[in-house]
Design a protein around this ligand. Structure first.
Ligand code: MN
Length: 307
């Protein structure tokens, strides 16, 4: 059967649902928010934002929305078979001709050290500078390269960064789920950025660690929320504002870690693996268990399994 799948941008969602309202099905399959049957095509919109067109007319029906993505978002949607050939590494930086704001975080998977979240405002005219500097997903850049290019980014690009230190984390966020905490911190830096720099942006982009619906659910009760965020899987590779934010966040994290290393007297291991477990034992023997409060996230299994 003919089938076309792609991620529909958030700003087209309402339009999409309205467009097929007449053909709406009563029931939707699991993880779908909307389904319609229009002659020879079944159209399904999923919670993740993906849309699927199935049936003989799938190509024609989907082409309407691919054209919309081009018109409204300047996105080139590559479908199915084409997708791999056109975009083998999935590392294109999209939004090439638009000003964007974006945020990214680091430290959430590391037992030792703080959580750092950063938001940047990348104006259209800054894009070539950032590209020349080699700005891309911080996970694909060495620490040395980050230390080299981050100061130049910080000088030129408006940004807001927040550091959640271990002491505060263990006191206030010990029992909060990490996804919710990320939502709160991303929202915080994005709101501060908007307030501080009044950016003239077309898109606000976050790496899709959570879907839009869940994101705003987690922010229930938070007084200030930045609305209209575009969520992208591997956002660091697709939006240069997110990539720049990921580099600044990593840079600040590395600095914080250097301070902790000095304090402890050796280089703390990143992540949450076996070496971390060994280092925990060394620290407990030398300084006592309580000492960990100020340098690590105590709700990690590495720690909770000890008692
Ligand atoms: Mn990320």
């Amino acid at each position: 059967m003919n089938c076309v799948v792609f991620k529909l941008s958030d700003n087209l969602r309402t339009k999409f649902i309205k467009f097929y309202a007449k053909y709406k099905c009563e029931k939707t399959p699991p993880y779908a928010v909307f389904q319609a049957k229009n002659y020879d095509v079944t159209i399904t919109l999923y919670e993740s934002g993906k849309v699927m067109f199935q049936g003989i007319g799938a190509d024609i029906e989907s082409s309407i929305w691919i054209a919309m993505e081009k018109k409204y978002n300047n996105l080139d949607i590559a479908t199915n078979a084409e997708a791999k050939a056109k975009n083998p590494k999935d590392n294109d930086i999209f939004f090439l001709n638009t000003s964007t704001i974006g945020s990214d975080e680091t430290g959430c998977g590391d037992f030792f050290g703080p959580i750092v979240v950063c938001a940047t405002y990348c104006r259209k005219e800054d894009i070539s500078f950032l590209k020349e500097l080699g700005v891309k997903d911080s996970k694909k850049i060495t620490d040395d390269k980050i230390k080299e290019i981050a100061p130049a980014i910080i000088k030129k690009i408006p940004y807001v960064c927040t550091v959640l230190d271990n002491e505060t984390y263990n006191k206030n966020y010990h029992d909060i789920n990490m996804v919710k905490l990320k939502c709160i911190l991303h929202n915080k830096v994005l709101c501060s950025l908007v307030e501080k720099y009044k950016p003239d942006y077309k898109y606000a982009v976050i790496d899709q660690f959570v879907n839009a619906k869940k994101y705003y659910e987690y922010l229930t009760g938070v007084p200030k929320k930045l609305k209209g965020i575009t969520f992208y899987t591997k956002g660091e590779s697709k939006c240069i504002a997110v990539a720049a934010a990921s580099i600044i966040a990593r840079y600040v994290f590395l600095k914080e870690m250097a301070n902790l290393n000095k304090k402890v007297g050796f280089t703390l291991q990143k992540g949450a693996g076996a070496i971390v477990d060994e280092q925990i034992q060394t620290i407990i023997q030398k300084k006592g268990k309580d000492y960990l409060k100020s340098i690590a996230k105590l709700n990690f299994k590495n720690y909770t399994k000890l008692s």
